[in-house]
Design a protein around this ligand. Structure first.
Ligand code: ZN
Length: 257
């Protein structure tokens, strides 16, 4: 954040919590200034002027008075640009949006973020319109977002020996190394990471491109893989709280929510 003074930017409200009886802290992800936290005192939204008011994960036009280095910026105006009402009607999709939001909040700083902003915005639209298979949609959106943040698992070659894996070869995920190990004695024979077989790797390759594979299954195993990879590489070692919330909404068989 290099500028000081009033700025206007497209933004998504990712988190909000009470600060006092009359004030709330809103954490926005903005297109031009990354993560921006503001203090909202009293009723400051457009609803007071007759327009629609913005909720969590809605897209807004945000006007703040920026001062570099401050934890809390001064809110000047916020108006709803695009609502995502589908999220309010679908608890699983809302929780999935929370996972994406926490990844961005935990990873991103105050730098401009056009690619990530566009990616997050498209992902939230997609979740808002999700009709079924929310775990698959979350994984497709989540892996794509993680890629936009600059992290992708290596799936085609062994991270230890560099050898290309055969189409029918079993492998194990090495989260620290950021990819799969083959099971040769010198690589992964005794390695304890989760098994990632040919089918799972093909499904992962689809998800990394933002596509839910037609034969998507084993949702819980896929979600755990995504959570563990993200914990190690993207958000600094502490598991996502929003992920726990999402997992708790899944049916016991881990199938399609
Ligand atoms: Zn190897």
């Amino acid at each position: 954040m290099s500028t000081s003074g009033p700025v206007r930017t497209r933004a998504v409200l990712l988190r909000t919590h009470d600060y006092s009886e009359t004030s709330r802290i809103h954490r926005y992800f903005t297109e031009d200034h990354g993560v921006v936290s503001v203090m909202a005192r009293g009723i400051r939204s457009r609803s007071a002027k007759g327009g629609a008011s913005a909720g969590l994960f809605d897209e807004v036009d945000l006007e703040v008075h920026l001062r570099p280095g401050r934890d809390l910026q001064t809110l000047r105006d916020v108006s709803l640009a695009r609502g995502r009402p589908g999220l309010g009607r679908n608890p699983a999709a809302f929780a999935a949006a929370g996972v994406l939001g926490e990844i961005v909040l935990r990873h991103h700083g105050e730098e401009a973020a056009h690619v990530v902003f566009a990616g997050l915005s498209a992902a939230l639209d997609r979740l808002s319109e999700a009709a079924g298979n929310v775990p698959g949609e979350l994984l497709a959106c989540g892996w794509q977002l993680v890629g936009q943040l600059g992290f992708l698992p290596q799936l085609t070659h062994c991270v230890t020996c560099g050898r290309a894996l055969q189409h029918d070869e079993m492998a194990r995920m090495d989260f620290e190394a950021g990819g799969v190990r083959c099971l040769r004695p010198e690589c992964g024979e005794r390695f304890a990471g989760p098994r990632v077989g040919p089918g799972a790797r093909r499904q992962l390759a689809d998800l990394l491109r933002g596509r839910v594979p037609g034969d998507f299954g084993h949702a819980r195993a896929h979600l755990r893989l995504f959570s563990d990879f993200t914990t190690v590489h993207v958000v600094g070692g502490r598991p996502l709280e929003a992920f726990r919330v999402f997992a708790a909404l899944l049916p016991a068989d881990g199938g399609r929510a």
